[in-house]
Write a protein that binds this ligand. Structure first.
Ligand SMILES: *[C@@H]1O[C@H](CO)[C@@H](O)[C@H](O)[C@H]1NC(C)=O
Ligand SMILES: *[C@@H]1O[C@H](CO)[C@@H](O)[C@H](O)[C@H]1NC(C)=O
Ligand SMILES: *[C@@H]1O[C@H](CO)[C@@H](O)[C@H](O)[C@H]1NC(C)=O
Ligand SMILES: *[C@@H]1O[C@H](CO)[C@@H](O)[C@H](O)[C@H]1NC(C)=O
Ligand SMILES: *[C@@H]1O[C@H](CO)[C@@H](O)[C@H](O)[C@H]1NC(C)=O
Ligand SMILES: *[C@@H]1O[C@H](CO)[C@@H](O)[C@H](O)[C@H]1NC(C)=O
Ligand SMILES: CC(=O)N[C@H]1CO[C@H](CO)[C@@H](O)[C@@H]1O
Length: 646
């Protein structure tokens, strides 16, 4: 039910009302209303408030604002706003930032922003605006905008006399642009407008334009447009068609951040070897490259070259900080030219390639590397000398989805994140963790042989060293021994799903634990978890739990599980009967006395045997063949709303 509110916050006693429904932060002088189901009619704010954010509140029409001179930032996002009137924000003359993104606006009324002389940013992206004619009347005179975001609007109409205000950043991704030349943006022809004259938008003054985003239009960028954009520093041409003159242009252009991902461009010899004189960030993902050559003269800092067919990379650019080569065809580790060392490289990502080994010295020339992603390759060997012996600053290593059976144990004094899940590890050195004193996130899931040698001495017994461990994933590892993590005092999340554990004993987990996933095991009992007050999430689906009063202590966590009312996920056994867990828990009483708790199952068993006998009689009367024979526990999953016989 929608309730109707009119907010009048002129007197301080009303602040409480506002803050009851919306978040008020007086240190930043902002008011935020989010995910509320009330109808906002009139907005009157305390004089000090300078920022108002309305998010996901049903507002088909703009609310009525009372005169307010201090408000600088107004955001109405995802509110289903359909219409604005020319007077909607007249009472807010000093706005600098306006965002109506993510609504259902079809037009912007003429003179909408006429009174806002200090306006800097207008964001009307993700609306349904189709007609830009008249946009020049919307703003006051002499306004120089910092940013105008028209992105994700189905623009169809615009005329030669349509003049965009001078703007530094113009964002027009997904706006139906057909082509861009040196003077105009031309939208795609539609039924409403077929000839050029009604779908052409003259460029705003290009001297001031520094940021231009026309991504995902499939637009043809003509050579004259590139010349007009010679001084722009941020260009997003993702998914555009670029002319052959592009490479010559790039050698002289001022561009610093350039995005060419998914662009249609013919790269000679399928080898990328260009760098603009100031180019720092370059995205050349998915443009059908086979080779990548980055020379010494480049000042590139970040390169994204994902989803190509790269087999070779020549990286001789010492300014590089991040290199992304994921989803290519590298079968050999990209070696650096002799004498090159990437002294600034912090991130190196080469996941989803065809690498089979990490050779000796692979990481020697990346002295400050922090993030290494080698996941989803075919690595069967990581050479012991791949890591330099000293001074590695690695923070995260992802080796998941490879074919490793053995791990090296380099000394990684700063490592926080280590993922070797989905490999075939069958031997773990007990010394592995000694070299990772700060490790917080350890993922070893889907290594079915990882406990193979654990019958006598087990690497698991050396986990104690990892005193900073925060989360541990050992799912699907055929774990069947008890795991004592009680000394990991920082541990918050443990995933043991899909193993062969038969019990969970809270004494083996620290009190810091907030999430334990032990689904799909062979667990009968869960004990001693009452003192784990931080435990918010406990997953036990797919376990043959015993219907027992000890379940009472984890009742609140179980009730919180989304699958708790699914009897195929949560069930328990009493004698050989399987019950859906939810109805059982709903009537469960806590275990009070030992005698009582030992008596209850006896009574239950007696009751069940009686039932069984009655059932036998009924079955024999009906001439059935089945007998009440399987008293032994046979934990099969059954779909059942009512108790059923196994
Ligand atoms: C750009 O296209 C428009 C519309 O077709 C045309 O009027 C204009 O002369 C073109 N400008 C250049 C520089 O080609
Ligand atoms: C680029 O900048 C230079 C120097 O500031 C200026 O002379 C030139 O006209 C500008 N070019 C464009 C296309 O804005
Ligand atoms: C390049 O643009 C595409 C499409 O807008 C976007 O998905 C991608 O993240 C951008 N690349 C970078 C490095 O920002
Ligand atoms: C692990 O077990 C395999 C076979 O069971 C054996 O060959 C190997 O030496 C053992 N490794 C260690 C470190 O005990
Ligand atoms: C655990 O599993 C291994 C084989 O994976 C087996 O040799 C061992 O006996 C099992 N231990 C227990 C306690 O069931
Ligand atoms: C149940 O879930 C809610 C939200 O997911 C959480 O805030 C609450 O603390 C949980 N309660 C228990 C007892 O885990
Ligand atoms: C500390 C604690 O509660 N320990 C209990 C753990 O569970 C066993 C068996 O249920 C009890 O005997 C302990 O007292």
């Amino acid at each position: 039910m929608k309730s109707l509110f009119s907010f009048f916050f002129l007197i301080s006693t009303a602040i409480a009302d506002l803050c009851q429904y919306c978040g008020c932060d007086f240190s930043t002088e902002s008011v935020t209303c989010s995910d509320k189901d009330f109808l906002l009619r009139t907005v009157s704010l305390l004089p000090s408030i300078s920022q108002l954010v309305l998010h996901r509140i049903p507002l088909p029409h703009a609310p009525h604002f009372l005169y307010h001179t201090n408000l600088r930032i107004l955001k109405i996002n995802d509110c289903g706003l359909e219409g604005l009137s020319a007077h909607s924000i007249l009472p807010l003359p000093n706005l600098e930032v306006i965002s109506f993104a993510n609504n259902k606006l079809t037009t912007l009324p003429a003179t909408l922003f006429r009174r806002q002389d200090d306006l800097k940013v207008i964001d009307v992206s993700y609306n349904k605006i189709s007609d830009l004619s008249g946009i020049e009347w919307i703003l006051g005179e002499n306004v120089l905008l910092d940013a105008l975001d028209l992105g994700h609007n189905p623009i169809e109409m615009s005329t030669r006399s349509t003049k965009l205000p001078p703007v530094r950043q113009l964002l027009m991704s997904m706006t139906n642009i057909e082509r861009i030349n040196g003077t105009s943006i031309i939208f795609k022809a539609t039924d409403r407008c077929k000839v050029d004259g009604c779908r052409v938008l003259p460029f705003p003054r290009t001297e001031s334009l520094t940021y231009f985003d026309v991504a995902d239009n499939g637009a043809v960028i003509e050579a004259s447009a590139l010349q007009a954009l010679l001084n722009a520093t941020h260009l997003n041409f993702a998914n555009s068609k670029l002319p052959a003159e592009f490479f010559d242009w790039l050698e002289t252009a001022a561009v610093i951040h350039l995005n060419l991902s998914n662009a249609q461009i013919t790269v000679p010899n399928e080898e990328w070897r260009w760098c603009g004189p100031r180019l720092e960030t370059l995205d050349i993902s998915n443009i059908h490259l086979r080779r990548l050559r980055l020379n010494r003269g480049c000042v590139l800092r970040k390169i994204f070259a994902k989803e190509n067919q790269l087999e070779m990379a020549f990286l001789d650019t010492p300014t590089l900080e991040a290199v992304y080569l994921d989803k290519n065809l590298f079968s050999d580790w990209p070696m650096l030219p002799m004498g090159t060392s990437l002294d600034r490289l912090e991130t190196f990502s080469i996941s989803s390639n065809l690498l089979t080994t990490l050779p000796p010295g692979a990481l020697t020339h990346f002295p400050i590397l922090q993030h290494l992603d080698l996941s989803r390759n075919q690595l069967s060997k990581v050479d012991f000398d791949a890591f330099p012996t000293l001074g590695m600053q690695l923070i995260s290593i992802d080796l998941s989805y490879n074919q490793l059976s053995v791990l090296p144990h380099p000394v990684l004094p700063s490592i926080l994140f280590f993922d070797v899940s989905s490999n075939n590890i069958n031997e773990m050195s007990p010394f592995l963790f000694a070299g990772m004193p700060l490790l917080q996130h350890l993922k070893l899931s889907n290594n079915p042989l990882i406990f193979r040698n654990c019958s006598e001495k087990c690497w698991l017994d050396h986990l104690d060293i990892l005193t900073n461990l925060v989360d541990l994933d050992l799912s699907n590892c055929q774990l069947n021994r008890t795991l004592d993590l009680s000394k990991q005092m920082s541990l918050k999340s443990v995933i043991l799903r899909g193993n062969q554990l038969t019990a969970i004993d809270g004494r083996h987990f620290p009190s810091s634990l907030s999430m334990l996933d032990a689904g799909e095991n062979l667990i009968h009992y869960v004990k001693n978890l009452t003192s784990h007050s931080n435990l918010r999430e406990l997953r036990l689906d797919g376990n043959p739990l015993i219907c027992d009063c000890s379940l009472f202590e984890i009742r609140s966590q179980l009730f919180n599980q989304t699958k708790i009312n699914d009897p195929q996920s949560y069930y328990c056994f009493s004698s050989s009967w399987q019950y859906p867990l939810l109805p059982y828990l709903s009537t469960l009483k806590p275990c009070i006395l030992n005698s009582a708790s030992s008596l209850l199952p006896t009574i239950a068993t007696a009751f069940l045997i009686t039932l069984c006998i009655i059932f036998l009689i009924v079955v024999s009367i009906l001439g059935g063949q089945r007998a009440c024979s399987s008293i032994s526990h046979n934990y099969k999953r059954l779909a059942a709303e009512l108790p059923v016989r196994l």
